[in-house]
Design a protein around this ligand. Structure first.
Ligand SMILES: [Zn+2]
Length: 262
């Protein structure tokens, strides 16, 4: 019959004691929450800390896309609002990692070349990709506008004013990737999309040639000439620290040719 020697018995006793002691030291409600989270993980509504460690370098429980949908149903939040809910699901975090870590191909084309299918799975993939793109872009620019540097969040510190702008617009099959994106405040996003300004090969601001003829009372905020002052010709654009996350020259060239009013 299998039996432990004295040394082994002492080791087992020591371990048991440590385990019991750890349980005693852990508040009861904490243990209950852990059990609940574990149950949610079994149902694939959250990912366990062991799964998120390799993704975020942090041990944390993280909602899955299924978990976000479930929580929204529980809180009676319409599913159409999912795009604007400031929650990073596990799948979205994976997409952000993919976006910022994929090396840029030499022959980069900023357009989607295939049309996505209309299936439910494809729609879910597109939703994760779109939200991943937005988050990856604004994080790369440290939540500030690349033109004026405006950085402001909502009082809940989760929603940021800055937006992830597509350089080749999404409606024209522009890709959801970091090289076709730039973080801009709402005003500069609008001005970029309508062609008031573009960005040069050297990442400097180019403005519409008739810029000086804007009526005097246009673009002012409380009397301050914000529009003109923030779009100073030749001023350097504020870019991500990591050079490989900058807008691609092919995307910028397309914007100068097709959107920008020279
Ligand atoms: Zn701005």
């Amino acid at each position: 019959m299998f039996s432990l020697n004295k040394e082994q018995r002492e080791t087992v006793l020591e371990r048991t004691y440590q385990k019991e002691d750890r349980i005693v030291k852990t508040p009861l409600w904490h243990r209950l929450l852990y059990r609940a989270a574990d149950r949610l993980a079994q149902e694939k509504l959250v990912m366990r800390p062991t799964d998120t460690l390799s993704l975020t370098n942090k041990k944390e429980w993280m909602l899955t896309e299924k978990g976000v949908d479930y929580a929204m149903r529980l809180l009676q939040i319409p599913s159409a609002r999912k795009e604007n809910i400031p929650v990073k699901s596990f799948e979205m975090q994976k997409e952000i990692k993919r976006i910022v870590e994929t090396p840029c191909p030499d022959d980069y084309v900023p357009f989607e070349q295939t049309k996505p299918s209309n299936s439910r799975a494809t729609k879910r993939t597109i939703s994760v990709r779109t939200r991943g793109f937005r988050q990856a872009v604004i994080e790369s620019y440290d939540y500030a506008c690349g033109i004026c540097g405006l950085k402001i969040s909502a009082p809940n510190s989760l929603n940021w004013e800055v937006e992830a702008a597509h350089i080749v617009p999404h409606g024209l099959c522009g890709k959801d990737d970091i090289w076709n994106g730039i973080a801009l405040c709402r005003l500069h996003h609008w001005a970029f999309d309508t062609g008031w300004f573009s960005i040069s090969h050297e990442y400097r601001i180019l403005v519409f040639s008739q810029f000086e003829h804007i009526p005097d009372d246009f673009g002012k905020m409380g009397g301050f000439d914000f529009f003109r002052k923030s779009l100073e010709p030749n001023k350097s654009v504020i870019l991500p620290q990591n050079d490989s996350l900058r807008p691609h020259q092919n995307a910028l060239e397309w914007h100068r040719e097709h959107i920008f009013y020279r």
